[in-house]
Write a protein that binds this ligand. Structure first.
Ligand code: NAP
Length: 252
């Protein structure tokens, strides 16, 4: 793949999981990498490991996103790649959705993603590229995932419209929808370990390839889409899910 020397890549949620692995690949290709996360300790440790610039911003706060964008502007003057990846997953049955859980999930996965794009947009150079990290759950009706699914479906709708509007500035916008990927996100749901294991096994059985993906599986795709080699890919959605999106009635 072409090198990214002279390019600036910003990765939200870059201290963990899919974001961390993607930031690592951008760095290996020669980009200046900025990771954004909400915990000072985690961000500074990851930034050190990656050789990246680490910025602390909770994307629930539009002011914090604005501040991060201002710092990137002062330090690098522009952004070439924006990977809008920060997100959370909390499950809850319909009829029992706690208001604060709704606010967190929609606030981070949808509002946070939207305002990351809005506030970084003035910095994105012509020929720049944005990827929104969504989920196959944007299109499926998994039990206990209604709010998460809605937050990701809303992001996809916003990004589709952004594709049309931003083409004028030659900015490409795409969506990646992962299926189950082994990352720390599941450990942050608050589910007891036994329940988590049962949930993971049930999901794995729905995947034709019968395995979870790795953060690297997603990072490879994101890096390709945002690279020079992906220069005609615009307004596309890619599932990276081991075949789960075909919704098999039976899995062999
Ligand atoms: N893993 C999967 O199976 C899967 C499937 C489909 C889609 N996704 C999506 O993939 C994306 C990355 O998730 P992951 O699986 O790599 O999980 P992860 O390892 O938990 O990474 C999520 C990242 O987002 C950060 N983040 C969460 N809330 C934030 C906030 N308010 N402000 C700033 N940063 C915040 C996290 O920070 P902390 O480290 O402080 O929590 C972490 O760096 C998410 O959007 C998720 O919805 C994941």
């Amino acid at each position: 793949m072409s090198n990214l020397n002279g390019k600036v890549a910003v990765v939200t949620g870059g201290n963990s999981g899919i974001g961390y692995e993607t930031a690592k690949k951008y760095k290996a290709l020669g980009a200046d990498v900025v990771i954004i996360g909400r915990s000072e300790d985690k961000v500074s440790q990851a930034a050190q490991e990656l050789g990246a610039t680490g910025l602390v911003a909770d994307v629930l706060s539009v002011a914090a996103i604005e501040e991060a964008a201002a710092t990137v502007k002062d330090t690098f003057g522009k952004v070439d790649i924006l990977f809008v990846n920060a997100g959370v997953f909390f499950g809850t049955p319909i009829g029992q959705t706690p208001e604060d859980m709704f606010d967190q999930q929609v606030g981070i996965n949808f509002k946070g993603a939207v305002f990351t794009i809005e506030k970084f947009l003035p910095l994105i150079a012509e020929g720049g590229s944005i990827v929104g990290l969504s989920s196959v759950l944007a299109y499926s009706g998994m039990a206990n995932a209604a709010i998460y699914s809605a937050s990701k479906a809303a992001l996809n709708a916003y990004i589709r419209a952004a594709t049309t509007e931003l083409a004028e500035r030659k900015i490409r916008v795409n969506i990646v929808n992962p299926g189950p990927i082994s990352t720390p996100i599941y450990g942050k749901t608050g589910m007891p370990e036994e329940q988590l294991n049962g949930f993971a096994e049930a999901m794995q059985n729905r995947i034709p390839l019968k395995t979870f993906g790795t953060p690297e599986d997603v990072a490879n795709l994101v890096v390709f889409v945002t690279s020079e080699e992906g220069k005609f890919i615009n307004g596309a959605e890619f599932n990276v899910d081991g075949g789960m999106n075909v919704n098999p009635v039976l899995v062999g």
